[in-house]
Design a protein around this ligand. Sequence first.
Ligand code: GDP
Length: 537
Amino acid sequence: VAEEFGFETEFVSAEVVEAIQADEEEDKEEDLVPRAPIVTVMGHVDHGKTSLLDNIRKTNVIAGEAGGITQHIGSYNVQLPSGRRITFLDTPGHEAFTAMRARGAQATDIAIIIIASDDKVMPQTKEAINHAAAAGVPIVFAFNKIDVQGADPNKIREQLAAMNYLVEDWGGKYQCQEISAKKGIGVNELLEKVLLEADMLDLKANPNRRAQGLIIESSLDKGRGYVSNILVHNGTLHVGDIILAGKYYGRVKAMFNERNQSLKATGAGPSVPATILGFNGAPSAGDTFNVLESEQEARDIATRRTQLQREQGFRTQKMLSLDEIGRRIAIGNFQELNLIIKGDMDGSVEALSAEIEKLSTEEIGVNVIHRGVGQISESDVVLAEASQAVIIGFQVRPSAIARKNAEQQGVEIRTYSIIYDAIADVKSAMEGMLSPEIKEVVTASLDVQQTFTIGKVGTIAGCLVKEGKIKRTDKVRVIRDGIVIHSGELESLKRFKDDVKEVALGLDCGLNIKGFNDLHEGDVIESYEEIEVKKTL
Ligand code: GDP
């Protein structure tokens, strides 16, 4: 309608409108000065993230820099022998990284992906790489534990190459450094490479303006009130400033750095971490903060945000679903479809990803931003949320928490048992006409609590209906650790000794599955029916 009348429409969420108001100052080129890069370390568990961060924190890189780092305030800033500085986010792990991004905050400029060279590229390494890539953050690889006998960094280079991450010393574009986080070998060289990467990003900020930045974490301290650890992105934060983050605000009463020095005299400039007192509540990690003119203004925006949150529920942004794509194509603002693909086996994940990526057209690019084997996890849901992606599961299911989070955040999870169906759905979604002819509707989920084997009948499972209502005519799937191991039909459904037509929520039942006896305690049985949906124009 707007177009008919010659207007252009723009979609903005209420949150964004507020942010624009608070952020009206544009920086002039001549006011900008270089700022330190903000770096996150990510990688598989036990590959040395904590050791590397500890090493950097303890040595402070420049020995004897005034006051050692004694406080944990979520991030810290170190100076290299060259005189340049780097700020490290001290909350390692790609889940935390992406959780912040899901709240709209790009907390990091550069990611160090650490891989133990006595081990190999692990599932979580891949996950970390994909999370960094999805955020568009440059990566520097650290091959750790080179002091260990049998460490083979070249094997890691090879595995990365196989994933299309060719490192620089093999002619690729990714920098890498062999290190021992424990012995401190190669760490300075690693940091110099991080700075090289930073040079290319040309990171700049204007220290002479009202501050804005990011909440890293907040807590309530018995004696001091609300304590928030923050990282300034632009401007300089001073004691006495009126500060607003999410729906909380206050006047900065005191401010310290990671060396427990008061920042009252200097303030906290770009890329400088600080812990501050003065908020009237605990803003969430990943919230952005702004400094405002007056307390009145801060209070007004905070009140409006609280109201909006109440009226609109947690989210003001509509998440992407395959059904939604047609609408977005129609209004012309859809160019990219991000997908996360999880499957039961490497082969099927690769095959499905390859086929789906081939669906890219000139108008719409299809990106598989993460792929992996195993059940759909919370971390997949967080990544989908942050990247506006749809999750496709092939013969796998979400964990209970992942399912709940996905529902809350409006992330779409589509599960398939036939590769062709998944491809066909994505294809027709992109053509703007998704309307499956046969739709599966999950009717119930049951936990297998006991199994018995009876001569001719086979394995009987004693189950409890945890969700929904199962009918005798339903089809069933057996799920073990999130992976579908069998799909088929019921042979029988009984309550005590009697055959029944259905069993409702919270009741026990016994069942067996046609031609399938490998049922174990702890398996989940999902029942579903197939409903025919008429294609509509
Ligand atoms: P994280 O789980 O990634 O934070 O890994 P940690 O930093 O906790 O390291 C896991 C284990 O590997 C610890 O026992 C460390 O002492 C050990 N480790 C880490 N870096 C090195 C290294 O460079 N050399 C050796 N030999 N051991 C290391």
